[in-house]
Ligand binder design. Structure first.
Ligand SMILES: *Cc1c(COP(=O)(O)O)cnc(C)c1O
Length: 404
């Protein structure tokens, strides 16, 4: 039995796994203690639960538990990494390097760094979403203190050459931060093998609760520190004060443990499903995959349908919950800056759909989505004069449109 709309937006957030909820429940009432209370058993049992969760989180990414700083999510972790490095290492330089296709949390933290007197280089990716390592090397100056490049892109799923990037950072004595929010729990991420110094991730993109995430901060080779952005009781080794979200952290830990155990199998299932969805949708004429088709996350497909109007496409696909090529950061119909960075024009960016499959997506749901999108694109094109002209072989670029 299908229930509508079908959820295919797992890059925005994921439903919580029932096993995660079950692990969290006792920490809302019977085990409600403050993990920082040292004088009684309420505090001790909360602290014990947090310690255990910290291990579960650390283990998934190859870190040690002391290197995990709990935050309210990846937005906060990105802010702490970027502004925290800027403030901590300011005496060594004021230059940072990032990419135009990063998440807003990274781009806006970089903007803030510029306001504080820093200097940021925004690299443009290639048409397939991957950055050019030569561009990265060329952008490095003797003032560069941080390179921040995301692991897997939230809109197109492209996975960057992390080892290549971190090797360049290491060679030049520069810290490397990655926003691995979309990658952790979906593909193997190992902070040591990948050469990562700081890494952001969040529970609600991996079947855990909203409002809890982490920043990995390396403790050895080199020992990294960030200036706290939230000051107070000195929690989290002084890098992030505030009473710990014990139920959230317990849920995050459980979500990490489940991903660690199930990721390999899940990735095989999801990529097969994604490939089937993509293959079927590409039988539609003038449909294109956005982003490198090889180096990408297993569960994401971003497809543009030419000669289809963006708003019409969203209206026509109401039975599936997907994300469109319009910016999701505001109510406006701005085309996605990520797709534009790949060189797509506004029209094509608008007429794109992002499909994010997940742990609870079924074959039956994918079958429905395939039919639903095929029908919507067909119907919209039936009404489109541009499509008609295209089918008549008129080269639309040669037409002189009346000014208006
Ligand atoms: C969702 C997301 C974030 C923001 O995470 P929150 O925990 O919601 O703050 C940051 N980066 C990427 C790549 C994301 O997909």
């Amino acid at each position: 039995m299908l229930s509508f709309p079908i959820y295919l937006d797992n890059n925005s957030t994921t439903p919580m796994d029932p096993r995660v909820l079950e692990a969290m429940l006792p920490f809302f009432n019977e085990k409600f203690g403050n993990a920082a209370s040292r004088n009684h058993s309420f505090g001790w049992s909360a602290e014990e639960a947090v310690d255990y969760a910290r291990e579960q989180v650390a283990r998934l990414v190859g870190a040690t538990s002391k290197e995990i700083i709990f935050t309210s999510g990846a937005t906060e972790a990105n802010n702490l990494a970027i502004k925290g490095v800027y403030e901590m290492y300011g005496s060594q330089g004021n230059h940072m390097i990032t990419v135009t296709t990063e998440h807003k949390a990274t781009l806006d933290a970089c903007k803030k760094v510029e306001k504080m007197g820093g200097d940021v280089t925004y690299l443009s990716p290639n048409e397939d979403g991957l950055i050019n390592l030569a561009d990265l090397e060329a952008a490095i100056t003797d003032k560069t203190i941080l390179i921040t490049v995301m692991y897997g892109n939230n809109e197109i799923g492209v996975v960057q050459d992390l080892k290549g990037i971190s090797a360049i950072a290491k060679k030049n004595g520069i810290l490397f931060h990655t926003d691995a929010t979309q990658a952790v729990g979906k593909i193997p991420v190992d902070v040591l093998a990948d050469g990562i110094d700081l890494m952001s991730f969040t529970a609600h993109k991996m079947y855990g609760p909203k409002g809890v995430g982490a920043l990995y901060v390396r403790r050895k080779n080199p020992r990294v520190k960030v200036t706290s952005q939230m000051d107070g009781g000195g929690h989290e080794r002084g890098m992030r004060s505030g009473t710990l979200n014990v139920p959230g952290i317990v849920g995050f830990g459980k979500a990490c443990e489940l991903s660690q155990n199930e990721m390999a199998e899940e990735a095989v299932r999801l990529s097969a499903m994604r490939d089937r969805l993509e293959k079927e949708l590409l039988t539609i004429e003038e449909a294109y995959v956005n982003g490198n088709a090889e180096h990408r996350l297993p569960h994401v497909a971003n497809i543009s349908f030419k000669f289809v109007e963006g708003e019409g496409l969203m209206m026509g696909t109401k039975d599936i919950a997907v994300s469109s090529g319009s910016a999701c950061t505001s109510a406006s119909l701005e085309p996605s800056y990520v797709l534009k960075s790949l060189g797509l024009d506004d029209e094509l960016a608008h007429s794109s759909l992002r499909f994010g499959l997940g742990r609870f997506t079924t074959d039956e749901e994918v079958d429905f989505a395939i039919d639903h999108v095929k029908t919507a694109v067909h119907n919209l094109r039936e009404m489109s004069p541009l499509w008609e002209m295209f089918k008549e072989g008129i080269d639309l670029k040669t037409i002189e449109w009346a000014e208006h």
